[in-house]
Design a protein around this ligand. Structure first.
Ligand code: A2P
Length: 269
């Protein structure tokens, strides 16, 4: 398919349209997809954009989606839940290559390197589809240039929900450039909470108990001097992780005021 010739007529009919190039279904509830990248779109790994479809009333139906692909990539990847009665995802889950989606090219977000002070370790803490911004950051060479240790903790209820993150990490190891940069630096710590698996437990619990440090052979707990953290999950998860990090003396940062950790809600619906 030649995307350039496909895109022009679609964009005349639907401004901000991009064409779907690839769709992967990871489970009954989860899928990822790639779309063409607007030529003018610049973003920082970890940011999100508004994605959607034309609504029934003619108004676009848009939701915030983290860009899961790195800033250097030609196409844009997104990772989504399928909510049977979700206004957008009940329809979006049926997209196929060649279909059009709306993408507002205004990237924003706080899960960016600029919002953190320099540090020794970077922790990426995600539940569910909250792993998406980290799929971008973990494929960005800057992440390994900035940190000596990068730890991805991803927790889901069931094993099948970990598949996207596991494939991501496998892809990093096999990538000639990133694989070399990540070797010896990247630690992956997937856990489940409701289905038995090799590792179990909530991120808050494995951090607080020290289990994760023991399992990975890393010193704990986190300190404001050495550790930087990016957090992306449900509101409850974000709140509880924030309390834990503040208890260790870390402060929340922002683009305008970098500090030791940043938080963003994983988008659903
Ligand atoms: P649990 O199964 O013990 O509730 P959800 O699908 O509800 O968003 O949860 C996704 C994952 O995040 C689950 O493994 C869940 O664990 C975990 N989780 C939910 N809330 C919290 C929280 N407040 N602190 C830590 N982990 C949480």
């Amino acid at each position: 398919m030649n995307m350039e010739t496909t895109l022009a007529p679609v964009q005349r009919a639907l401004p901000d349209a991009q064409i779907v190039t690839e769709v992967t279904h990871w489970s009954e509830q989860l899928f990822s997809f790639r779309v063409t990248r607007p030529q003018s779109l610049r973003f920082r790994s970890g940011e999100f954009v508004m994605i959607g479809l034309p609504g029934e009333n003619g108004k676009p139906l848009l939701r915030a989606y983290s860009i899961a692909s790195p800033a250097w990539d030609d196409t844009l990847e997104f990772y989504s839940i399928k909510v049977p009665d979700g206004p957008l995802t009940s329809r979006l889950q049926h997209i196929r290559p060649g279909d059009a989606v709306i993408l507002r090219p205004k990237p924003v977000g706080t899960l960016v390197h600029d919002a953190l002070k320099p540090g020794w370790r970077l922790w990426m803490l995600a539940t569910g589809t909250g792993v998406a911004p980290f799929a971008s950051l973990l494929r960005d060479p800057e992440t390994y240039e900035k940190y000596d240790r990068v730890i991805l903790m991803h927790t889901c209820r069931e094993q099948v929900e970990l598949a996207y993150g596991a494939a991501l990490v496998k892809g990093l190891e096999d990538d000639p450039l990133i694989g070399e940069m990540a070797a010896g630096k990247l630690h992956y710590y997937p856990t489940t909470t409701r289905e038995n698996g090799p590792r179990m437990g909530r991120i808050t619990d494995t951090l607080a108990s020290g289990q994760v440090f023991a399992d990975l052979g890393l010193p704990g707990p986190l300190t404001a001097e050495t550790d930087r953290v990016m957090v992306c999950g449900s509101l409850d998860f974000n709140r509880d992780v924030k309390a834990l990090l503040e208890g260790w003396g870390l402060h929340e940062g922002a683009n305008s005021d970098p500090a030791e950790f940043v938080v963003e809600k994983a988008f659903v619906g």
